[in-house]
Design a protein around this ligand. Sequence first.
Ligand code: SAM
Length: 289
Amino acid sequence: METQTKVKNSTGQLFVVATPIGNLEDMTFRAIKTLQKVAKIAAEDTRTSRVLLRHFKINTPMIACHEHNEKEVADTILELLNQGQDIALISDAGTPLINDPGFRLVQHISQAGVRIVPLPGACSPMVALCAAGLASDRFSYLGFFPRSGRAKTEALRFIEGQRHTLIFLESPKRIVKTLKTLEPLCINRDLCVARELTKLYEEFIRGSCETLLAHFAAHAPRGEMVLLIGPCNTPMVVDDAMIFRVAATPLMLALAPSAKAREVAKVLDVARARVYDVLMAKDGQGVDP
Ligand code: SAM
């Protein structure tokens, strides 16, 4: 059985505080009170956070705690906590540690047995999930959609077999490329792009990969976004039309006939020989269906 680290009593506490992701009214009373009363605020970018703190009349001094200095700052913060001072950790927006700095600090402080108090609030992947209309009983949060290399290959493999909702962060510059990559794996799945959450132009674009691509062909992708891929709920009927559809997606079109048959067969979980025969019968060459 896992044992809890014994928490020291005479030290200060580290408060991990979520801040709004766009709408300042999402700041909680508890977050304001805590940020006002702690001795120091460790912030990802002190210039960004100054705007938020000024808005809520919080004059607490800040120290920078970002990706590049987190390890060293963790020692300084531990010293302050050991002197009995309370410290708060915030990121530029949303929940610290969720694709934001803080993990190394929290790990260091927890290993030292100092009390850590999380203050919940906005977190873009969770906000997106709440309104996407996709299964929410089980989900995986996978951070930013990997751009290339092994991480991308592994992510695609992972996506293929999952029967629960998958949540990624994505940028407007890459969303179209990502959707094109996902198309063969998402033939039978609903997706949602949740953009500009809690802001004036908040929008949920729901539908198949094809629908989303058509949307972004008509409306240039803009703003911050979260991409959600729903589970493959309905049993898939793999008929010839389905084989042609998968084979006609951009990633498959680039492949030679035998490689295409192998990849399509993997996606649809059917025999490679069957896919090959279907594609060959269509045009006699198995090139483009
Ligand atoms: N820790 C943050 C959180 O809890 O939301 C996430 C930080 S991560 C560096 C920033 C990414 O989160 C953005 O590129 C975008 O994918 C997503 N994001 C942040 N705010 C958002 C918003 N208002 N609407 C949609 N996505 C958002």
